[in-house]
Each structure stands twice: as structure tokens, then as C-alpha cells.
Design a protein around this ligand. Structure first.
Ligand SMILES: *Cc1c(COP(=O)(O)O)cnc(C)c1O
Length: 378
């Protein structure tokens, strides 16, 4: 049963603003050339925003397809009744071919072994399977080399009648920080497309850009872009600040003051000797800890619209020093760990700098016991 149906109010929670998600999606669509398709990448539980609710939302708003990297993600989407095409962006193993066909996904393809397996099961089920050929232009994870593309596609078309080569794509290694290298990748991808076109076998959907590409290389939109972190109003390379003002985060983490404690100079706050009061102090114990994904290095919280330093951590409770903040702070007051409160805000950028981690990784650390609360602004 989902958290919503259980109807339990949890202290620490993730608020997810679907109105902002829609704004972000509209903004990204408007920044694309006419006719460019949009793949919404929903891997990693939609970057921690919830696989099914986000996928349902973007399906309703006209996303052309979804991108995932695990069969379990694709299976969850199909179980939830989502009908959009699902592109599998990471390689499958032969043992996964049958399930891939059953789930009607469009796998990436970069070798003959998987081509044969997919073709075999597609034949057995009487289906045609759409595949996207991956070209390795320098990331050096998956994909075939540019010079092998033409022969590979010709041989697929020749040998595997149940495969339809719908897409061809590449992925950038360092689009935000390395323009020369990325332009080299774009050129090498473009050369492949020309060669395939000359031979009359260019797949209809070419794509190369993820978030960094969308932001920085409008010439590399081709027929589709694959949007991940940008849709969620966030960016990589903390501090690079490429993000347009219109794109705003969708997820906030909130909790509540669960206890207020006055202690004397020299007394402790929480486990060990991490915090010893150097003056008479007022502490707020907040229901959030590394059991929720709130790790050491998360430096401040917002209470009563003001910043308070976190002075100790544990699995379930953090200790914030609110000495000198408003006397009006009370038990059960709202606390913001990431997001806005009044005129103050704690950005994901700030949080991730403190922990020294990229934002997509941090979002994966928010744990399952933190319920997601979806809302529309009104
Ligand atoms: C994760 C992923 C994306 C989305 O990346 P963002 O930079 O978050 O937009 C796009 N393409 C591939 C192949 C991916 O693995």
C-alpha cells in the first residue's frame, strides 16, 4: 500500500510540487526547436521524486517517452498501467531479453548477442521490438564506435527481422565543463548520421542531449532530448549556475521540531561530545536523521523563517542550536531541511556543497521511510 492510501502523517517528509514540475516541463519544451521530442528520464525513482507519480504526470502532459535503466523500473511502470514508450538507456543481458519483450520496452543496443536474443523472443511473441543504437563518442561506457555504426545497422536490418531500429543516440561525457570535448562528440555523432543517411539507413529518432546538452548545445537537439535533472529544477556541477531562473526545484524536505530543550553551559546536546554548549543554550530536536537521508554535512535548517545550525546528528534526530532565534519557536513548528520557508531558503546546491556530493546522488540518499507528499499550487 502506498503512503497516500495509508493516510499516515509522517514528521519528516518530501513535499513535491507538481505545479512547478509542469512549469519546468513547459519551459524546457519551449526552449526546444519545433518538433523535437521529449524523453523524460525517470530512473532512480524519478531522481528521488517518485517513479509512478512523476511518470503519470509527464505522460498526461505529453512527454513522448520515458527513459529508465533497470528492468525493475520498466516493470513498475507497466504494472502501474503506464502506456508510454519506455526506452531502456542501459544495456540488458541476454537473460533479460524475454522480459524486455514482454514489457514492450525499447532497449538500447550495442552488440550482436543482444540483438539475436531480442530478435528471438520478439519472434516467439510475434512482436516487433524498437531498438535504439548507442554510439560511443567518448564517454566509454556503452555503445559501438562511430566507425562501426554503418555495418552494425546494416547487419541488424539484414539478420534480425523482428527488430526495428527506431533510434540512434550518444551521451556526453562532460557537457557543462568541457565545450571542446563535447563539440567533438557532437561532430562525431553528426558524421555517423550523415554516413547512415547517405546509405539510406538513418534511424528516424537521433538523440544526444541530456540536461547539460539541453542547456548548452542547442545545435545538438536532433530529433529528441533526454531530460533528467533539469526537469526537477536542479543542475549538476554544484555552483555552475547555468540553470535559468524559470526552472525551480520541485522537491523540498520538511520536518518538525519534536522537542525543545534548554541546557546549561557545559552540558551536552545529543550523542558523544559532538556538541557541548559553550553558553546556556536552547536546542531544537528535529525528527530527521541519516535514517531519512539527512547526513552529517547538512549544515543548517530553517525554523521560524530563520537559519539554525545543526550541531549533532543521529539516525532519527538532529539537534539544531536555536539560541538567540525567536522565543516564539515552539515544539511541533515546521522545519525546512531543503526548500523555502518565509523569505529564507536552503537550496539543494547549498546542501550538496556541505556534503560534497552531486545532487542526483544526494536525492538517492533520501530513504524510503520519508513519504512523498504531492501537491499542486492553487
Ligand atoms: C541519466 C541519463 C540521462 C539524463 O541525464 P540528466 O543529465 O540528468 O538529464 C540521459 N541519458 C542517459 C543515457 C542517461 O543515462
Amino acid at each position: 500500500m502506498g503512503d497516500a492510501e495509508r493516510n499516515i502523517v509522517e514528521v519528516v517528509r518530501a513535499d513535491i510540487n507538481l505545479t512547478q514540475l509542469k512549469r519546468n516541463m513547459d519551459f524546457i519544451r519551449k526552449s526546444l526547436k519545433p518538433g523535437v521530442k521529449l524523453m523524460t528520464v525517470v530512473k532512480g525513482d524519478s531522481y528521488g521524486h517518485g517513479l509512478i507519480p512523476i511518470s503519470r504526470a509527464v505522460e498526461a502532459w505529453g512527454s513522448d517517452c520515458l527513459g529508465v535503466v533497470r528492468l525493475t523500473e520498466a516493470a513498475s511502470l507497466r504494472e502501474a498501467g503506464i502506456k508510454l514508450p519506455i526506452v531502456m538507456l542501459a544495456p540488458l543481458m541476454p537473460a533479460q531479453a524475454e522480459a524486455a519483450i514482454n514489457l514492450d520496452i525499447s532497449p538500447m543496443l550495442d552488440n550482436d548477442i543482444m540483438a539475436a536474443e531480442l530478435d528471438k523472443y520478439a519472434g516467439i511473441k510475434g512482436k516487433k521490438v524498437n531498438v535504439h543504437i548507442k554510439i560511443n563518442t567518448g564517454l566509454n561506457r556503452y555503445g559501438i564506435l562511430p566507425e562501426a555504426a554503418l555495418d552494425f545497422i546494416l547487419s541488424i536490418k539484414d539478420k534480425y527481422k523482428n527488430l526495428y531500429v527506431e533510434g540512434i543516440y550518444t551521451h556526453f561525457r562532460d557537457p557543462e565543463l568541457n565545450r571542446d570535448f563535447t563539440e567533438g562528440q557532437i561532430k562525431s555523432f553528426r558524421d555517423v548520421l550523415s554516413k547512415l543517411s547517405e546509405a539510406g539507413v538513418c534511424p528516424p529518432v537521433a538523440h544526444s542531449s541530456a540536461s547539460g546538452g539541453i542547456l548548452m548545445y542547442p545545435e545538438a537537439q536532433f530529433d529528441m532530448v533526454r531530460v533528467g535533472i533539469l526537469l526537477y529544477g536542479l543542475e549538476y556541477v554544484t555552483g555552475r549556475k547555468l540553470l535559468p531562473q524559470s526552472l525551480q526545484p520541485v522537491i523540498s524536505i520538511k520536518s518538525n521540531v519534536i522537542k525543545i530543550r534548554e541546557i546549561k553551559e557545559g552540558e551536552h546536546g545529543g550523542y558523544g561530545d559532538k556538541f557541548i554548549a559553550h553558553r546556556d543554550s536552547r536546542l531544537a530536536i528535529i525528527a530527521a536523521g541519516y535514517g531519512d537521508g539527512i547526513s552529517r554535512g547538512w549544515k543548517e535548517v530553517l525554523i521560524g523563517g530563520r537559519r539554525a545550525p545543526i550541531v549533532n546528528y543521529s539516525m532519527d534526530g538532529i539537534v539544531a542550536d536555536i539560541t538567540g532565534l525567536q522565543e516564539s519557536i515552539r515544539e511541533y513548528d515546521e522545519v525546512v531541511l531543503a526548500g523555502r520557508q518565509g523569505d529564507e531558503s536552503i537550496s539543494w546546491d547549498e546542501v550538496c556543497r556541505g556534503i560534497n556530493v552531486e545532487v542526483d546522488e544526494q536525492l538517492q540518499r533520501i530513504t524510503k521511510r520519508v513519504p512523498k507528499n504531492y501537491y499542486y499550487e492553487f
